[in-house]
Design a protein around this ligand. Structure first.
Ligand SMILES: NC(=O)C1=CN([C@@H]2O[C@H](COP(=O)(O)OP(=O)(O)OC[C@H]3O[C@@H](n4cnc5c(N)ncnc54)[C@H](OP(=O)(O)O)[C@@H]3O)[C@@H](O)[C@H]2O)C=CC1
Ligand SMILES: CC(=O)N[C@@H](CCC(=O)OP(=O)(O)O)C(=O)O
Length: 309
């Protein structure tokens, strides 16, 4: 198909703007853009969605559900960046590195749910270890992550970037009800039988996530840090957007900068171990707006386009 038509619903939001920027100058597709006066008009949006080959939804969950309900044209393929469909049967989870077949499943799918930013890091670390039997599905996991404030969308960006001197903390933990909307997604796609504890936080910087998951080796009989490392290295061998750093278990460890991969579509996994104490820390660094949202959406779009041509 020559130059498929792509519509970004929500193209003035944090995720939509970044997808737009990433697609600028592409000759292999055409972008359909609604004027400012029409971008929230349900009838015009529905028309645009139904005329597109691929619709990218960069909307709040409720608006994304409404948008999907307006699809009449069965040929339209949808990539939803919201969390509305991440555990919905019939939707393909848009993490191509999930397993050997996932990129192929995405390329053939009509409904793709882009992963959440935090789940991207957690699932990338946990899924291969659980699939290999190195981590039991009922391991009592805690997942901790700090994101730049753009994770909170346009409203959070405006709050953090408003001129003046209103107080904003350098770091704030939230989701302390222990009921964050990303937990079911992490549990399902990581393959966990037991609900993990998930503690997110926002830092007073724009974008970039550092996520960490501690493990106690005494709860994993026969497993050493080297086994976990080898498993991740093998799983991500040849993956273009995932780097597995060398295992660190002796001497002073480097620090992790959540902003290290900003503006890329890359995900960096690193394991830190202390053999004396029998402890391991699984870590992931990535851009919440890159591999955590817009970069991932463009990666999935490219898989669809490759399937169309
Ligand atoms: N920010 C992040 O790090 C990530 C976000 N996501 C998900 O992507 C989705 C978009 O998030 P994000 O870009 O951060 O959010 P933003 O709030 O920055 O953007 C949402 C956009 O949708 C528009 N919008 C809201 N309601 C409607 C509607 N009824 N019809 C048409 N347009 C509408 C908004 O317009 P207006 O501002 O004028 O209301 C805005 O342009 C969310 O579901 C979020 O969970 C996923 C991964 C990471
Ligand atoms: C808006 C929102 O819920 N932001 C999430 C973080 C960003 C993100 O993970 O976005 P998704 O939820 O789409 O994955 C939060 O506040 O925890």
């Amino acid at each position: 198909m020559n130059q498929p038509l792509v519509f970004i619903d929500g193209d003035q939001g944090t995720t939509g703007l970044q997808i737009h920027a990433r697609l600028q100058g592409r000759q292999d597709l055409r972008l359909l853009t609604l004027p400012e006066t029409e971008r929230k008009d349900p009838a015009r949006r529905s028309e645009a969605i139904n005329s597109a080959d691929i619709a990218l939804l960069c909307l709040p969950d409720a608006a994304a559900r409404d948008a999907v309900a307006t699809v009449r044209n069965r040929a339209v393929r949808v990539i939803d960046a919201s969390s509305a469909h991440r555990t919905t049967p019939g939707w393909v989870y848009g993490l191509p590195e999930l397993d050997q077949q996932q990129a192929e499943r995405i390329a053939r799918a009509t409904r793709i749910s882009n992963p959440g930013c935090y789940p991207t890091g957690a699932i990338a670390l946990l899924r291969p270890l659980i699939a290999a039997g190195l981590l039991p599905t009922d391991y009592p996991l805690s997942i901790h992550a700090i994101s730049g404030y753009s994770g909170g969308g346009r409203a959070a960006v405006e709050r953090h970037e408003q001129p003046g001197d209103s107080y904003l903390p350098a770091l704030q933990l939230y989701g302390l009800e222990l009921a964050h909307k990303h937990v079911p997604e992490i549990q399902q796609h990581a393959g966990l039988a037991t609900r993990p504890v998930f503690i997110p936080g926002y830092g007073h910087y724009r974008q970039g996530i550092v996520l960490s998951i501690p493990l106690q080796l005494r709860l994993l009989p026969g497993v050493r840090a080297e086994h976990l490392q080898a498993c991740l290295e093998q799983h991500y061998q040849g993956a273009r957007h995932v780097q597995v750093m060398p295992l660190h278990q002796h001497g002073p460890a480097p620090t992790l900068d959540p902003q290290a991969l900003n503006d890329s579509n890359d995900l960096r996994l690193a394991l830190f171990a202390n053999p004396e104490h029998g402890q391991v820390l699984l870590t992931a660094v990535f851009d919440n707006l890159g591999k955590g949202a817009s970069g991932a959406a463009v990666q999935n779009l490219d898989l669809l386009l490759a399937g169309l041509n």
